[in-house]
Write a protein of this length. Structure first.
Length: 288
């Protein structure tokens, strides 16, 4: 494992990549890097994905497709040890893209820093940013594919150097990718894209649920209606986790009414009569 390649995709929608970052390491040091935006040739980006990485349709209009950059990057994968954070996602994007452009998948072994970290570290979660903080790795641009690939490679190097018995575990859990041509089944690709879009939506929601703030301490907040991104239970948990109190009815002690769709008119009328601020889900998240 003296030499390995770390890589990361950001996707526009489903498994359609809009950027790739690749960093080659030797003895823990960076020796080569590659970054490119990718034109995914789709009509619309998933807004939840855009919120995560900040890449929009206009950013990639004049960029190369995955098929056009593959010859420039395939040597990073061919017969290599490859590292990614959550390999099941990044490998699926790679295989999807190869199949879409009728390209052969090379042989390589892939190791997952998230899976290895879960086995050897006892942390509150195993997000790449958490692992970077754990090892004191600088990370200025989270969800930039090049920086994420670099951080992933550095996390991997730290894990390998920290634990003597890690190589045995890695051999038993590595993903061996064999050089086959991926069949481009349009029905399967459509279904998998829908699953990945749902994954991004939940990722955004999960990150929202981890927000912390002192602005809600001792505030009484009533939640009513149906919301776009979070359930009422999730909103209530956010309130309680941040020191607020969830009210069951509107009163003079109510600090805010978080109003969703299909909220009963009586709550709005009472809040207005008492001068209670009525805010949306977006307003509430903005407060945090």
């Amino acid at each position: 494992m003296e030499r390995y390649t770390a890589f990361d995709f950001e996707t526009a929608s489903g498994k359609n990549p809009c950027s790739i970052g690749i960093v080659e390491f030797e003895r823990g040091e960076v020796i080569n890097t590659f970054y490119s935006l990718i034109n995914p040739e789709i009509e619309k980006f998933n807004p939840f994905a855009v919120r995560i990485h900040g890449i929009s349709e206009s950013d990639v209009t004049n960029e190369k497709t995955f098929g056009e950059i593959w010859n420039d990057i395939k040597h990073y994968f061919e017969n290599r040890n490859v590292v990614a954070h959550n390999t099941s996602f990044d490998i699926s994007v790679l295989q999807f893209s190869l199949g879409r452009y009728n390209l052969s998948c090379p042989d390589f072994n892939c190791f997952c820093t998230m899976r290895i970290a879960k086995r050897f570290l006892g942390l509150r979660n195993y997000k790449l940013s958490t692992l970077a903080k754990h090892y004191g790795i600088n990370q200025d641009n989270y969800h930039n594919s090049l920086e994420d690939a670099k951080v992933c490679g550095e996390v991997f190097n730290n894990l390998v150097n920290q634990f003597d018995d890690i190589t045995v575990y890695m051999k038993s859990t590595s993903l061996s990718v064999k050089g086959v041509k991926v069949v481009n089944d349009r029905n399967n690709l459509s279904n998998s894209s829908s699953k990945v879009d749902n994954y991004f939506k939940r990722k955004v929601i999960t990150e929202k649920l981890s927000l912390t703030s002192s602005v809600l301490v001792n505030k009484v907040i009533v939640v009513s209606g149906v919301f776009e991104n979070l359930s009422r239970d999730e909103l209530k948990k956010l309130i309680e986790d941040n020191g607020g109190k969830v009210g069951s009815s509107i009163s003079s002690k109510t600090s805010y009414l978080v109003a969703g769709d299909k909220m009963g008119p009586s709550k709005r009328t009472k809040a207005e009569s008492l001068g209670v601020p009525i805010i949306t889900e977006t307003d509430f998240m903005g407060m945090l």
